[in-house]
Design a protein around this ligand. Structure first.
Ligand code: AMP
Length: 468
């Protein structure tokens, strides 16, 4: 199936094309028409299945650009996921000039309040911080048309039920969608109370785990876990791998051992600052490191392409935990392998995971490590698809804002007087008290700068230059 068949607008199709999404993925085929029709949905889909685009695409299609207040609210359990959702809305919404704001906990609230004063179409945020903004009166919900709860099972696991109840009570009547990797009873009950006659969508029934991944396990003793891990990676020589640990301290210990061995690695766990987590994640995504050592914080909905190997240094204790970890590899069409180190006392967890997933892990007994250059990073730096779109954007600074009663229409009017500049080349416009910022798309920043030399906006001489 092709995206054109949904009857989407040209701006959205252009972004989809730029991202090289050639085929509609199964979750998208089922979810997009329902959300376009404003039906409530409950969706079970594995991480990496393309679920974010399955809601971002119909929501961007429906957004009324002229409305200034947020129209879509996405609630997530983690800051990383909220940030990623914001990025996906921004890239898919590039040509429609969709402004998405991320409201992340543990980040300065003041700058978020300022961002919310601009024209904002989409808000993605962690539950606690979104509630905080609602209760402070800084997040206007009056125009919300759709609310999406992503990774609903994790929202419950992290104890956000009460806050979710409060947020949903504040919302006006709107379409609601819940996405969850797993569908335990607690999620079905939540859906009953939050959703109105929902369409239930299950992608690959009975197989919520990523079947592109072959699961292996290896019996280990506590004292030789690190040796076994190094043997495994020297046997596989993975280009990019994630090593999962159950505890923050273990992440740090394994990270230290990798550093001592001279391996190209970074780590992420809940004890790092938000900035450190985002930076490490971004660097790893871009191929600057070969190994990411992570606690389960990183296992949620985070999209990292081309991971061929996952190592569970610690055995997860639930099938859900395992599914989320292996969601990292084998994304979309890639194949991958997951190796789980299991202590004798943890065999019960392995049995439980296998039973719940209805599959058998393959036991690995003998491995012959090969030589590997430890500091070797990935072969080439990875250019993220969204970066291609981003690289064609230039931000301009205007030395006038609300003080000169400047409005977005004045700027679009003036810029489109320039030959070769179309309204679709103008991205997000931010008008502040004494200055404004305008995103110019399609590499036309210099054209606008040149064209505006000696020209007025709203009959006023206004300095326009590249934003620093
Ligand atoms: P998600 O399940 O939202 O984490 O998405 C997983 C990955 O699939 C992301 O890298 C998306 O950019 C990518 N993706 C989403 N839709 C498509 C599509 N139709 N074709 C190819 N890749 C896609």
């Amino acid at each position: 199936m092709q995206f054109e068949q949904f009857g989407l607008n040209q701006e959205l199709l252009k972004a989809i094309q730029a991202l090289k999404y050639e085929n509609v993925l199964p979750v998208q085929e089922k979810v997009i028409p329902q959300l376009l029709n404003r039906k409530d949905v409950l969706v079970q889909s594995k991480t990496g299945s393309g679920k974010t685009a399955s809601y971002a695409i119909p929501e961007i299609e429906k957004i009324d650009w002229l409305i200034n207040s947020p129209q879509v609210l996405v609630l997530t359990p983690t800051r990383e996921l909220a940030k990623q959702v914001q990025n996906d809305f921004r890239t898919l919404g590039s040509y429609k000039r969709i402004n998405a704001v991320a409201l992340l906990g543990k980040q300065p609230i003041k700058s978020q309040i300022n961002e919310l004063k601009q024209k904002v179409h989409v808000v993605s945020g962690t539950i606690g911080r979104v509630l905080d903004h609602i209760e402070r009166g800084t997040l206007d919900l009056s125009e919300i048309k759709t609310c999406i709860i992503d990774e609903a099972d994790e929202c419950l696991n992290l104890g956000f039920k009460e806050d979710l109840d409060k947020i949903l009570n504040y919302l006006p009547d709107c379409t609601r969608a819940m996405f969850s990797a797993t569908m335990p009873q607690s999620i079905l009950e939540l859906a009953k109370s939050y959703l109105k006659d929902p369409v239930i969508i299950k992608i690959k029934e009975n197989q919520p785990y990523n079947e592109n991944i072959t699961p292996y396990y290896i019996r280990v003793e506590k004292e030789n876990k690190l040796n076994v891990l190094f043997d495994l990676i020297h046997y596989h020589l993975p280009k990019r791998a994630i090593i999962f640990c159950n505890f923050r301290e273990t992440v740090e210990n394994v990270f230290d051992a990798f550093l001592d061995g001279g391996y190209s690695c970074c780590m992420i766990h809940g004890g790092l600052t938000q900035d450190e987590r985002l930076e490490n994640m971004r660097d790893f995504k871009k191929g600057m490191f070969r190994f990411l050592i992570a606690s389960d914080v990183a296992a949620r909905g985070i999209d990292i392409a081309n991971i061929s190997h996952i190592y569970n240094y610690d055995c997860p204790t639930t099938a859900e935990g395992f599914i989320h970890r292996i969601g990292r590899s084998g994304r979309v069409d890639n194949e991958g392998e997951a190796y789980t180190l299991v202590l004798p006392t943890q065999m019960k967890y392995l049995d439980l995971i296998q039973d719940e997933m209805d599959c058998r892990f393959i036991e690995v007994e003998d491995i012959v490590p090969k030589e590997m250059d430890p500091i070797l990073s990935t072969s080439e730096p990875i250019v993220l698809k969204e970066e291609v779109l981003e690289s064609q954007k230039n931000k301009l600074y205007l030395k006038a804002g609300k003080n000169k009663k400047l409005r977005a229409g004045d700027i679009v009017g003036a810029f489109t007087q320039i030959e070769g500049v179309e309204p679709t080349d103008i991205g997000i416009i931010e008008i502040l008290d004494y200055q404004s910022y305008v995103e110019i798309l399609n590499n036309k920043g210099d054209l606008v700068l040149k064209g505006m030399k000696g020209h007025k906006i709203k009959n006023k001489d206004i300095l326009v230059e590249k934003a620093k």
